[in-house]
Design a protein around this ligand. Structure first.
Ligand SMILES: [Fe+2]
Length: 255
């Protein structure tokens, strides 16, 4: 082989190897948890071929009156949640997440600027879908005995649980969420996240867990009725919780 041909071939192979290595690193960055102690995630469910859609509330927008008013529910669901869905469909185009299911996007999203729009809107879609089920009317008005026992084990009393959860919700600076979660040790804990983050975001959240109860404390969730009185909205929230749904989530989370 002539020297010039040899050099060209070598250069080509070098670029190809570097490109392969770079693409491999990109895929790894998406799928690897930030915390090395966390077990690797299962492969994402690929080939989602239909766009994300706004799920129906499943009940009338006035069903939570007087605690959460009809207009707030209509705007919150029909405008805000719908915008997260629309923006998510736009954001995932031509990205590694384009064919991922929502749960896989949430679990794998990173804190990079490149992922920011997907992170905000995937979180917004997941969180609100979860929220509509949490506050749905028609369920039991108290936790199951298993969940009640777990609440007592973690917080001593129902009242102390409410106090800690309310403080977490009040303590969110600006927009965000308060969560009751099941941890890896199967015990309950309370945490909060800013913006549309949630405790399932492996590379993002400061405290990871499986949410069973979540409260949206963005102003769009309460301002029409409660204005600046977030504590009043939090108090009203307890009257809307579908404990049947939350208890079922708890059973599923502890396996
Ligand atoms: Fe919201």
């Amino acid at each position: 082989m002539e020297k010039r041909t040899f050099l060209k071939t070598g250069l080509f192979l070098g670029i190809a190897a570097a490109t392969t290595s770079f693409l491999s690193a990109c895929k790894t960055a998406v799928s690897s948890p930030a915390n090395a102690a966390t077990p690797p995630l299962p492969p994402p469910k690929l080939r989602r071929t239909t766009p994300f859609t706004l799920p129906p509330l499943g009940y009338d927008s006035a069903a939570l009156e007087p605690h959460i008013d009809k207009m707030t529910m209509e705007i919150h669901h029909g405008k805000h949640h719908n915008a997260y869905v629309t923006n998510l469909n736009d954001a995932v185009k031509d990205t590694v997440y384009a064919e991922y299911e929502l749960e896989d996007i949430v679990a794998r999203i990173s804190t990079s600027d490149a992922d920011k729009k997907i992170r905000n809107n995937a979180g917004g879609h997941w969180n609100h879908t979860f929220f509509w089920q949490t506050i749905a009317p028609g369920g039991s008005d108290a936790p199951s005995s298993n969940l009640d026992n777990a609440i007592h084990a973690a917080f001593e009393t129902q009242d102390k649980f409410k106090e800690q959860f309310s403080n977490a919700a009040k303590g969110v600076f600006g927009s965000g969420w308060a969560w009751l979660c099941v941890g890896k040790d199967k015990k309950l804990f309370i945490t909060s996240t800013p913006n549309q983050d949630n405790p399932l975001m492996l590379n993002v959240s400061k405290q990871l867990g499986t949410p069973i109860l979540g409260l949206d404390v963005w102003e769009h969730a309460y301002y029409l009725k409660y204005q600046n009185k977030r504590p009043d909205y939090i108090t009203a929230f307890y009257k809307t919780i579908n404990w049947k749904v939350v208890s079922d989530r708890y059973e599923k989370a502890i396996g």
